[in-house]
Design a protein around this ligand. Structure first.
Ligand code: PA5
Length: 427
């Protein structure tokens, strides 16, 4: 079986003994995760236990949506949106026509939503509203605007056939409305939090509508889980403690660097298709680790563009960061540079020049003593992307635990929501 990810810690400036210091604790934490006894750890065994009937319903619904509309608007914020966008941006759509996909509710901008309505004007459209709580202000506002538009265009009864809801099984106003109005609906499992939910209907329905093979995505995640929780075993039993797996190694390296006083991680990517994957990483790590005045601040830079701005800071500025390079070895497309580009570049493939940039940047930053972690990503396929999702989810859970925080809650996010409500109520 092809391994799609390769972790390289050789330039991380973390010594083997520092990594080994976390070995025992990581194994204990993996057992804790695998037991799924902790709250919000339902994602750990998900790739092994996925409900086949639910998967079929997602695939059938996606097929129906593809025939029903030219535009599919996904409404949600944070974990209820960014995973789907990350996958849809990174992976080429599958065979056959797929609707244009738009996103709403991830900001409160009247300009953005007005322009969105103008953009979809005259096109057949459907909505997918995703909110575990069903009460998030941003999603609620966007849903009411777009639902209003559906009512105007199609009437309430037809509109209900164009609304797909993904929310809690029992609680919340969205669940109530979905049941009363008869929307086709899916459940965000109780034991899976927003930022770990991309492999549930939250991510899978929009990703499937985009024509991406979600079964391959789940297979990739399963392969990553097998490698992390037991290199030898296919599901079941307890994790193998023989050797540290890559997620434990990466978690150990990150925490070692933090303990050494390096509080910022910069994710660097050279394929623009990874822009939203980097956003997903920022959410996953930022919301999971940033607690009790602790955590690594996640940042993301797109190269080459940011080399011509932030590259200066990286090379020469305040040493508060380490770098995690996401290097795609075999991108989906390539081009040969024409003769007119001159002797040095003519006839080369763009991807080979991009790889020269990867190597050049690493050499320049290594010479300055910056800790560099590299993750080689073989290709951008659903199978590989499934591995990436699961690998980073587990790394994040382990890192959070090793830092002594709960990687599955987000009390800080709740604070802003209640303060905003007070402002709206004029208090
Ligand atoms: O990871 C999380 O839990 C959050 O980012 C939520 O997904 C986000 O706040 C949206 O919440 P909800 O799905 O309840 O609308």
């Amino acid at each position: 079986m092809k391994e799609m990810l390769k972790l390289d810690l050789s330039r991380s400036l973390v010594e083997t003994q520092d990594l080994n210091a976390f070995k025992e604790e990581s194994e204990t934490l993996k057992k804790k995760l695998w037991s799924e006894e902790e709250d919000f750890t339902g994602w750990v065994r998900l790739p092994f236990s996925y409900d086949k009937n639910e998967l079929k319903r997602i695939l059938d619904t996606a097929e129906k949506i593809r025939k029903q509309c030219e535009v599919f608007v996904v409404i949600g914020i944070g974990g209820s949106y960014i995973g789907a966008r990350a996958a849809i941006s990174a992976l080429a759509a599958g065979a056959g026509p797929v609707p244009e996909i738009y996103y709403a509710g991830q900001n409160l901008s009247g300009t953005y939503h007005k322009e969105l309505l103008e953009e979809i004007n005259g096109k057949e459209f459907c909505l997918c509203v995703v909110s575990k709580s069903g009460t998030t202000t941003e999603s609620s506002v966007a849903f009411s605007i777009l639902k209003d538009e559906l009512y105007k265009r199609y009437g309430r009864e037809e509109a209900a056939k164009r609304i797909y809801a993904i929310t809690d099984a029992k609680k919340g106003v969205l669940r109530e409305e979905a049941d009363i109005e008869g929307y086709e609906s899916f459940v965000v499992p109780d034991d899976i939090g927003g930022r770990y939910s991309v492999l549930t209907a939250v991510g899978l329905l929009p990703i499937a509508v985009a024509g991406i093979d979600i079964e391959e995505l789940l297979l990739g995640a399963r392969r990553a889980a097998e490698r992390i929780f037991s290199p030898e075993r296919k599901g079941g039993n307890t994790p193998n403690a023989e050797q540290m797996d890559d997620a434990s190694l990466l978690a150990a390296a990150r925490v070692s660097l933090l303990n050494r006083g390096v509080p910022v991680e910069v994710y660097e990517y050279y394929e623009p298709r990874l822009q939203y994957f980097a956003e997903w990483l920022k959410q996953l790590f930022g919301e999971s680790e940033g607690k009790n005045r602790n955590g690594i601040f996640p940042a993301a830079l797109q190269f080459s563009t940011d080399l011509h701005s932030m590259g200066q800071f990286l090379q020469d500025g305040n040493r508060i960061f380490f770098e995690t390079v996401l290097n795609v070895l075999d991108p989906p497309e390539d081009m040969i540079v024409p003769e007119s580009a001159g002797k040095l570049l003519a006839g080369r493939s763009m991807n080979s020049i991009n790889q020269a940039a990867v190597q050049g940047v690493i050499a320049a930053h290594e010479s300055e003593g910056i800790p560099i972690i590299k993750l080689e990503i073989l290709s951008l396929t659903p199978y590989c992307f499934g591995q990436m999702i699961y690998f980073f989810e587990t790394t994040c859970a382990l890192s959070g635990y090793l830092m002594g925080v709960n990687p599955f809650d987000q009390p800080g996010v709740e604070s802003y929501k209640s303060e905003m409500r007070k402002v709206l109520q004029g208090k």
